[in-house]
Design a protein around this ligand. Structure first.
Ligand code: ADP
Length: 580
């Protein structure tokens, strides 16, 4: 009897399995869903047969091409290969990646899929492929395809030299894509045409002063002297920066931006990429340099690895353009233990590899502990709330609902003031009028960073701030704007508009790591200097990987100047070195 019962049970189980199989994993068809990305909505269409995901197409025209765009173009394939929507995010493009994953999940659920089951049956995506040993012989290796590396690459290609350019991420641009302002340059043709008086001396003096005078004066002089020429060179490659305005720490209008006022970083990365493509240069993406090879005291090559190869690249000269280390918490806390746990605005590739590789061959470091904090970073997303929000009139209040600083002091001073508040955070507060006039705000609203209300008291309640205190703070500020006199904190700029147009908005912010000013020591020819004080033959460096240009504080507009000017110098020096 017992046996018979077991037999019936087994038969019943088999039958239910057959039924489940014949029902299929999906109901065949194409299913669409959308989710909020970084710049706008991301649409995903998933096509399924009864048993598998056969195609995934993704549209996300408003995503940043260099970052979110990579997720848009690669995650469809990844989902199809893994047969589940839960694939790895593209690092640096988490918001877009998560939007794609969410939309694909919704579409697959509509197709009748059990997502947990898809995860359990995930297909091996072959990540553990065996690497082949490969050797390349060339003249120059450029490590890093951010602003400095790409500027150098254009120069080297135009000089007809044989070279390779390595980029460890699946996309180019690095921290350069994060540069929102423009490029400082003095005595440019644009300044002359627009009647702006400026001089190389003034630019150098402002940079030294901004850097608390610990900058290397020779590097600063070179930066200032070569800046107008660098603007001319940008013109020749179709990357004009004609729009000039004022930026903190400058004695005159000096920051050069694209004609439409858009962010210079993305603009230059797009223009540099387009130029390199036009010149036929192929950037080796997903290829990380791991070591500099020395022979007889000179650079002789680079070791690098990609998902499918271990490279030995023999060369005469190397240009290090690997950027800073603001995304490497172990490294920045080694030099600045006080910054432990601070979020970063940096691109994920900014891990200081070039500094470590250069040190291994004897390079000296300068100002390595000089790290710039940006005072307005939303902490859950690390999204930087642009300085323009304060520049256009926003104020900062603490949890008690009170202002605590002149919001437009230098970044280090405002950051320090925030860290002195209870909880070490603050709220940036603005109104609808400011939102209407600053495009950047839309991104913060669509990403859910803002809390809003039609009344200031309502906003206060949502933030757990005493409504009467916040209302009084706002009244006092609006009075200060009306009288153009901020008796409380002496603010004199960003006071053109009061904050009286509902709805009112707030974003909780705190300081985040923004720029690592220190790095490898270079001379004015971008030669890397050893701890013994001599140039390391064949090794050149440019951009955020180096130290000395910015001293103790980098002025807005000087990072872009640094990468273009020293990227070009490093290329010229490397070319000359190879011809010796
Ligand atoms: P800069 O502003 O100085 O040009 P960026 O941060 O814009 O610096 O660019 C540096 C680039 O170098 C980034 O794209 C980063 O991913 C890349 N990079 C960093 N380390 C390595 C490495 N070990 N190999 C290849 N590329 C690297």
């Amino acid at each position: 009897m017992k046996k018979l019962f077991s037999l019936i049970l087994a038969l019943a189980l088999m039958l239910s399995c057959v039924t489940a199989l014949s029902e299929g994993v999906f109901t065949p068809g194409t299913y669409e869903a959308e989710a909020q990305g970084f710049g706008g909505m991301v649409q995903v269409a998933v096509t399924v047969s009864e048993s598998e995901i056969t195609a995934v197409s993704i549209e996300g025209a408003q995503e940043t091409p260099a970052l979110g765009g990579v997720a848009v173009s690669t995650l469809g394939d990844a989902i199809e290969k893994a047969q589940t929507p839960n694939v790895d995010c593209v690092s640096g493009a988490t918001v877009t990646s998560n939007a794609i994953i969410a939309a694909a999940t919704e579409a697959l659920q509509a197709a009748g899929a059990d997502i947990a089951q898809l995860d359990a049956n995930r297909r091996d995506t072959g990540a553990e492929a065996v690497r082949e040993d490969k050797t390349i012989d060339t003249e120059i290796v450029i490590i890093g395809a951010g602003g400095a590396g790409m500027a150098a690459a254009i120069m080297v290609q135009q000089a007809g030299k044989d070279f390779v350019i390595l980029e460890k991420m699946p996309y180019v641009g690095g921290n350069t894509t994060k540069a929102t302002g423009g490029m400082n340059a003095a005595e440019t043709h644009y300044q002359k045409e627009q009647g702006i008086e400026d001089s190389v001396e003034l630019f150098a003096a402002d940079t030294m002063k901004g850097g608390h005078n610990i900058n290397d004066p020779a590097l600063v002089q070179t930066l200032a002297e070569q800046s107008a020429g660098a603007i001319d060179w940008l013109d020749t490659i179709g990357a004009d920066l004609p729009k000039i305005s004022f930026s903190g720490g400058a004695s005159t209008n000096r920051i050069h931006a694209p004609a439409d006022g858009s962010a210079a970083g993305n603009y230059l990365v797009d223009k540099f990429s387009a130029k390199l493509a036009e010149l036929g240069v192929e950037i080796m993406l997903n290829t990380k340099a791991t070591e500099l090879i020395m022979q007889d005291g000179k650079i002789a090559g680079v070791k690098a690895e990609s998902p499918d190869a271990n490279y030995t690249i023999n060369c005469k000269a190397v240009i290090l353009a690997t950027g800073g280390f603001g995304a490497n918490e172990d490294m920045y806390t080694q030099y600045r233990p006080d910054l432990k746990g601070t979020v970063t605005t940096n691109a994920p590739g900014a891990t200081g590899d070039g500094i470590v590789m250069a040190q291994a061959v004897g390079a000296a470091l300068v100002d390595i502990e000089q790290i710039q904090l940006h005072p307005t970073v939303e902490q859950t997303t690390s999204m930087l709330i642009t300085e323009s929000v304060r520049g256009d009139g926003a104020i900062l209040v603490n949890q008690a609902g009170k202002r605590f600083t002149n919001e437009l002091l230098t970044r280090d001073a405002v950051s320090a003031a925030e860290l002195a508040q209870e909880g070490q955070y603050a709220y940036i507060l603005f109104d609808q009028h400011l939102r209407d006039n600053l495009k950047a705000i839309e991104k913060y609203v669509t990403n859910g960073l803002t809390v809003q209300d039609d009344t200031i008291e309502g906003l206060a309640s949502k933030l757990n701030i005493g409504p009467a205190t916040l209302a009084q703070t706002l009244n006092e500020w609006n009075e200060a704007v009306k009288n153009q006199n901020d008796a409380a904190f002496g603010r004199t700029t960003g006071m053109e508009n009061d904050l009286t147009t509902p709805p009112y908005y707030a974003i909780q912010i705190a300081p985040g790591i923004h720029h690592t000013m220190g790095g490898v020591k270079i001379d004015t020819s971008a030669e890397v200097i050893s701890t013994e004080g001599a140039a390391i033959p064949g090794l050149f460096a440019a951009g955020e990987v180096t130290g000395g240009v910015h001293g103790g504080n980098r002025l807005g507009g000087n990072a872009v100047a640094d990468i273009v000017i020293f990227g070009r110098i490093a290329a010229e020096s490397a070319i000359e070195y190879c011809e010796k």
